[in-house]
Every structure is written in structure tokens, then in C-alpha cells.
Design a protein around this ligand. Structure first.
Ligand code: ZN
Length: 285
């Protein structure tokens, strides 16, 4: 396990952590000034702008783009909507390539409005990902399927476990190159509860499919499972143990902080949140 004390250069900030309070240009400067090595922007900050000049600003600030967040949900009520979502995701993958992102993060979507057919939603996720992987490979962008905590199965992600995500990888990319294009994003907030987590992390690492690692904490009690994530060390997740397992499995990429916290961290000045992130990466990760 790497010693990350004082090594913010091994760590990245997912811009959602800062609550989208400032334009991306200012966020890039603040993250670099705080000593971090990477940044993961969101499409809402990038789309409609000059993507290449933002990419240049990130590079010039000395930052790497870890992941680009995130996919448009794939399951849809009609075939036309499903195909529109695939097209939308292809465009986003093109922006990920322009940004030089290591991976494009896929939050796959839950049930379409009015549906009770989870199996159909999952089938659409498999088909949609199959339709995207070739485009991603051609552009040199890895896809990271991020299983979400099952509490989001209805509205955000019918993909809920690392095992399920890895099964999908093996089906869609059955004979991967040495460095697979399809992999998983492991987020402590989403996977910490999983009784077979350790074995699945080993499996993901052995397949070289760990395309990103997110950290935040699960507060107990949580006021809102979407927007009340905790700063590392404030909750119940043994983040260091999970990082140890992920790195023992071969992952050497960035440790990315991603905290959705509408009533706490998003209300604080960006520089303060970044300072506390650094402290907690040292103390609790
Ligand atoms: Zn995440």
C-alpha cells in the first residue's frame, strides 16, 4: 500500500466535492494550488465551452484528468430514447478524449419512468455499453462502470455491485487487451457494505479493470443518501482498508475525493474544503 502522507499529488478532486460554486477555470486553479495531482470534471462544467482550451488549462496547471463524469442514463422507455442516450454518451466520450481523461465514468441509470422491469433496464445497460465500447477504444478512453449503492437502483443505477459490473465487463469485452478498455469505478461510498467486496476487488485487479477509485464516507445517521456524504474520517467506512485492498490488487492510479454534501461542504469556501480533503487523505485514507 502506498504511503500517501503529504502526497496530494497522488490524489485527485472530483469537482462535485466543491459544489459547483465557481466556474471550472477557478476550480482548476484552486485544485492545483492546493497541491492535488488530478481533477475529475463534470459535463455540466464542460459542455458548451471550448473543451480543448479547458483541457489546456488543466494541463498547464499540472493536473491530470482522472475521470470525466458522467454518462447519460441508458435505460429508456422507448427504443428512440435509448438510441438518443447512446448518441449523447458517444459525444461525451469524445469530450473525455479531448480532455485527455483516463476514463469516462458510467452511472448507468435505473428504471425508466413507469417501468417495473429491472431485468429490461439491465439488458439495456449491457446493450448500451456494448454500443459504446468500440467508440471509446478508438478514442483511447477507458469506460468505468460505477456500481452504485442499491438504494439508487430505481432512479440512478440498476448496476449495484462490483460483481455485477465485473460480470458485465467479462461479457462485453471477453478477450480484453492487456489493458482493458472496459472496467469499473470503485467508490467507497457505494461498495463498503458489500460482504464479498474483498474478493471482487481482487478479481477486478487481476483483470486490470480498476479504472478509478473514489473516496468519501458514509455518515451514520445520514440525512440524505444522495447529498449528505461525509468527509473521509467522519463516517463508518474503513477507507484505508478498502484502499489497501484496491492497491494490493494492483491499482496505482489516483485516489479521488468525491463528496456530495449540499448542507455542509458545498457551503464552505472551496479552499477550506480542499484543505480539509488534504488533511483527511493523510489521516483517514
Ligand atoms: Zn463515485
Amino acid at each position: 500500500m502506498r504511503d500517501i502522507k503529504g502526497r496530494a499529488d497522488l490524489c485527485a478532486i472530483n469537482t462535485a466535492t466543491l459544489g459547483f460554486q465557481a466556474p471550472i477555470g477557478q476550480v482548476i486553479d484552486a485544485v492545483a494550488r492546493a497541491g492535488f495531482g488530478g481533477i475529475a470534471p463534470w459535463r455540466r462544467e464542460i459542455e458548451g465551452r471550448d473543451v480543448l482550451s479547458t483541457a489546456r488549462q488543466i494541463r498547464d496547471a499540472g493536473l491530470k484528468v482522472t475521470g470525466y463524469c458522467r454518462s447519460t442514463y441508458l435505460p429508456a422507455a422507448t427504443r428512440a430514447e435509448f438510441l438518443a442516450s447512446v448518441v449523447d454518451n458517444r459525444r461525451a466520450i469524445e469530450d473525455a478524449a479531448r480532455l485527455g481523461a483516463y476514463s469516462f465514468f458510467m452511472v448507468v441509470g435505473g428504471l425508466p419512468k413507469g417501468s417495473r422491469n429491472l431485468a429490461e433496464a439491465r439488458a439495456q445497460v449491457a446493450e448500451g455499453t456494448t454500443l459504446l465500447i468500440e467508440h471509446a477504444r478508438e478514442l483511447g478512453v477507458r469506460l468505468a462502470l460505477e456500481p452504485l449503492h442499491p438504494v439508487y437502483a430505481a432512479d440512478r443505477s440498476c448496476l449495484t455491485t462490483l460483481a455485477e459490473a465485473l460480470d458485465l465487463c467479462a461479457i462485453i469485452e471477453p478477450e480484453p487487451p492487456a489493458e482493458p478498455w472496459l472496467g469499473v469505478g470503485i467508490d467507497t461510498y457505494h461498495v463498503w457494505w458489500d460482504p464479498v467486496l474483498a474478493a471482487q476487488i481482487v478479481r477486478a485487479g487481476a483483470a486490470r479493470r480498476i479504472h478509478g477509485f473514489h473516496v468519501s464516507d458514509w455518515l451514520n445517521p445520514s440525512r440524505d443518501v444522495l447529498n449528505d456524504r461525509g468527509m473521509m474520517g467522519d463516517g463508518v467506512i474503513d477507507i484505508r482498508a478498502i484502499r489497501g485492498a484496491v492497491e494490493a490488487a494492483g491499482y496505482q492510479g489516483f485516489i479521488e475525493v468525491e463528496i456530495f454534501s449540499a448542507d455542509n461542504w458545498w457551503k464552505r469556501p472551496i479552499d477550506e474544503t480542499l484543505r480539509v480533503c488534504r488533511e483527511r487523505l493523510d489521516l483517514a485514507c
